[in-house]
Design a protein around this ligand. Structure first.
Ligand SMILES: [Mg+2]
Length: 416
């Protein structure tokens, strides 16, 4: 198998820069301290979704608040995300890549996997094609990408993440030891923040150390996720590139860790309301409406589950979302003590083009299995990643405040 992974460099920032330049904006925002930030710029809660290299030098990171970003760099220029623009460039890249293979998986708004197996006779050696794709996207579409080449999805993806921007990298089995094993374990695909933390606690700090760890022990610690992490660390992945031409489902959400466990719905409702307000506010700032509402639960044993509902049509007010969230909570809660609840909104469509389902079809309204949740979460990096970080951030920020938690003014809730 030969897989290529194509990943746009600083996608949101590059795409915004192209648009601004075409409109006569005097500078390339990639060359000055600049960010793409979601939310009201004046508000402390506006969040950095993407930053330029010069902005990064001021220590500005994705998911920082604009408040702290401006403190770090008073001259910072910020722009709102234009998701219709992002979708436009994403579509053009997908069209170009479709010339090279019929088997393409659109992994997120700025990433695709291409199964190049068997295409050599038509278009040449994988490495040559990778360079050609890299050059054509730069010349024809005006932005840069990294292309990773490997024998499976995992290794292609890890390869595209090596030195950026505008680079082609390979990661074949005989290169794993030298190129992948020295990396921090946090950089392994699917090794999220909490897994990394657990691994650090048992002194597994590099991908190589994880690759050599005892599988039985990992299974004990992480269940089936442990096997996957161990296999990935060893470069093992036989999942096929799945053909799909639409951008994966995205969502916005917030969660909160409670100071003491919640044991009754009445204790959860004010928190749900508060989460709905934050989430709806963010969704509306970005110009979306939602058709899928999900409530997340984490119990005192750290077991996470969720329950969701697809609404007919779309919702965009706190009242509507809160009414659904309560219903979903009551249906989905296992009546175990909860230490975290979250609300997220998916099946997002823009207000301007409700029919244009910008972020792909909504997923089916069923209880999501934990593995599926992990998969979906990890499967849509760019936007999802940025938003997940925001979610984490809001959640974490909220921890300390929870003791004095006061629900904001209660909106009128429609009876159901
Ligand atoms: Mg990218």
């Amino acid at each position: 198998m030969t897989i290529l992974h194509v990943d746009v460099n600083s996608a949101f920032l590059s795409w915004t820069a192209i648009k601004l330049l075409s409109e006569g904006y005097p500078v390339d925002i990639r060359e000055i301290p600049s960010v793409i930030a979601a939310g009201d710029d004046g508000s402390r809660h506006a969040i950095v979704l993407a930053k330029s290299v010069p902005a990064k030098r001021y220590g500005i990171k994705t998911a920082d608040t604009m408040f702290s970003a401006r403190k770090a760099c008073p001259n910072l220029v910020s722009f709102l995300p234009d998701f219709a623009l992002f979708k436009f460039h994403s579509d053009r890249m997908f069209e170009l890549l479709s010339e090279y293979s019929p088997v393409i998986e659109r992994f997120s708004i700025d990433e695709c996997f291409i199964d190049y197996t068997g295409c050599e006779a038509l278009f040449g050696e994988p490495l040559c094609v990778a360079h050609e794709i890299n050059r054509r996207i730069r010349e024809e579409l005006g932005f840069t990408v990294n292309v990773g080449v490997g024998p499976n999805r995992l290794l292609a993806k890890m390869a595209s993440d090596f030195e950026k921007p505008d680079k082609v990298h390979t990661l074949f089995p005989d290169e794993i030891e030298k190129k992948m094993w020295p990396l921090p374990v946090d950089e392994l695909f699917m090794c999220g923040r909490s897994s990394a933390k657990k691994l650090h606690s048992i002194n597994i700090n590099t991908i190589g150390e994880l690759a050599h760890a005892d599988l039985e022990m990992l299974l004990g610690m992480f269940k089936s996720h442990g096997r996957m992490l161990w296999e990935y660390a060893n470069g093992i992945d036989d999942s096929p590139v799945s053909v799909n031409d639409d951008v994966k489902e995205k969502s916005v959400g917030n969660s909160i860790t409670t100071k003491s466990d919640l044991t009754a719905p009445e204790e959860a409702y004010p928190i749900l309301l508060w989460l709905c307000e934050k989430t709806v506010h963010r969704m509306r700032k970005a110009g979306f409406m939602a058709s899928v509402i999900t409530v997340q639960f984490r119990n005192s044993d750290f077991v996470t589950y969720s329950h969701q509902m697809k609404v007919s049509g779309t919702v965009q007010t706190v009242d509507e979302v809160y009414a659904y969230a309560k219903k979903i909570f009551n249906e989905g809660w296992h009546e175990d003590p909860l230490r975290l609840v979250g609300v997220s909104l998916g099946g997002l469509v823009t207000e301007a083009s409700e029919q244009l389902s910008f972020l792909g079809p909504a997923y089916s309204p069923a209880i999501e299995k934990p593995e599926e949740k992990i998969k979906r979460k990890e499967k849509s990096e760019a936007l999802e990643n940025a938003l997940a970080q925001i979610r984490d951030k809001y959640g974490n920020d909220s921890v300390g405040h929870f003791g004095s938690f006061k629900p904001p003014k209660r909106p009128k809730i429609p009876k159901r």
